[in-house]
Design a protein around this ligand. Structure first.
Ligand code: TRP
Length: 369
């Protein structure tokens, strides 16, 4: 059998600027995958239509954040010459696929989707769930399958979406024939990158909690945030033993620092294990560790910030990149939709055999059923 082409699709809802949690959880990996040469094609989508499923009353928020997310992508090193960047709503084929996939999913299956369940609770939707929101996992399956994606790099919270997609693919292929490709999720190997806590120690970075470090924060903003970070609340005096588990400063170091950073900024220690050892024994103050974390983060964020500044000078060019990407993405999705409709036999006007056989049936004059 011909080897399956490896294709990536992933995306983000444009509801705010992207933060270092997004970067550790997925963005950094995407750039590595882009450069790996292992993939035939890579599509990255700004999921504005999905963002509207729980922001129907605030379309302006979504509209304003499309450019922010695009700038974040480009500044991280996603390269439009290698990766197709596009806007979900500009690909109407995705909505059409969703309508057919809806027949393959039950209401109770959607109700059991852990991500949907959790989001319903977080948004207080229990008594009035918008249908579009409830069905967004089906639309996400369209996003993925329209591009015949084999690989979906996402954060851990998206695993139920990929599982739902796989079920839809199996069900479709079983009923209509092998057309769709079952995707695999790709989540970070580094545990610390799975979910970066907020700077306040809360489980998740979130705009509404005001506990994020944004990729677009200035050097001063990043420093101020790092120096104000929550650490081990029992580590009161420098000589006290400290706890590294669940300590956000150390979780960020787990996610971002490498031995090279020690060599460059803090040669007293060889690596993070040595630093953790000292902190745990006592005698190491939080301020020193935070200063180091700031250096590590600045090293990562400085080139990102510089690229953002360049693209910010040419916003019409960024829209042009998204437009070009959307045109390309639409061609690919249209081909998949054509394959889907042919498999479902709802491509009546292209089906010469159907037209001829119907002609035959009626010319015989005997059949009326
Ligand atoms: N649900 C994703 C998020 O909230 C965004 C998204 C939409 C997506 N469609 C996708 C991710 C397809 C991966 C694949 O971030």
């Amino acid at each position: 059998m011909e080897e399956k082409k490896k294709i990536i699709l992933t995306g983000d809802r444009p509801t705010g600027r992207l933060h270092v949690g997004h970067y550790a959880g997925s963005l950094k990996r995407r750039v590595e995958l882009q450069e790996s040469g292992e993939f035939e094609d890579m599509f990255i989508m700004i999921a504005d239509a999905q963002a509207l499923t729980d922001n129907a009353d605030n379309p302006e928020k979504v509209r304003q954040n499309i450019i922010q997310v695009a700038l974040d992508y480009l500044s991280c090193g996603l390269d439009p010459a290698k990766t197709t960047l596009f806007i979900q709503s500009q690909i109407p084929e995705l909505t059409e696929l969703t309508f057919y996939y809806m027949n393959l999913v039950t209401v109770s299956r959607l109700q059991r989707n852990p991500t949907v369940k959790n989001e319903i609770k977080m948004r207080g939707f229990e008594t009035s769930i918008p249908v579009g929101f409830f069905a967004y996992p089906i639309s996400q399956a369209s996003d993925i399958t329209a591009f015949k994606a084999t690989t979906v790099p996402v954060g851990e919270d998206q695993l139920p979406m990929i599982e739902q997609t796989r079920e839809i693919v199996r069900s479709f292929n079983h009923i209509y024939g092998e057309v769709l490709v079952e995707p695999d999720a790709l989540i970070p190997d580094n545990k610390a990158c799975l979910r970066l806590p907020g700077i306040d120690g809360k489980a998740k970075m979130s705009k509404s909690l005001n506990n994020c470090i944004y990729l677009s924060d200035t050097e001063e903003e990043v420093k101020k945030k790092v120096m104000s970070m929550f650490t081990d609340p029992n580590h009161l005096r420098v000589q006290d033993p400290g706890c590294v588990e669940g300590n956000p400063v150390f979780i960020y170091l787990d996610a971002f620092c490498n031995d090279g950073h020690f060599e460059k900024f803090w040669p007293e220690y060889k690596n993070l294990d040595e630093l953790k050892g000292h902190y745990t024994r006592g005698g190491l103050g939080d301020v020193k560790v935070k200063k180091f974390l700031n250096q590590v983060l600045q090293e990562e964020l400085t080139p990102i910030r510089a690229r953002r500044k360049e693209y910010e000078k040419n916003i019409p060019e960024v829209y042009r990149i998204l437009k070009e990407g959307s045109i390309k993405a639409r061609k690919v999705a249209a081909q998949t939709l054509a394959d889907v409709k042919a498999a479902m036999k709802i491509n009546y006007f292209d089906d010469e055999e159907l037209i001829q056989s119907q002609a035959q049936r009626f010319s015989e004059g005997s059949l009326t059923e």
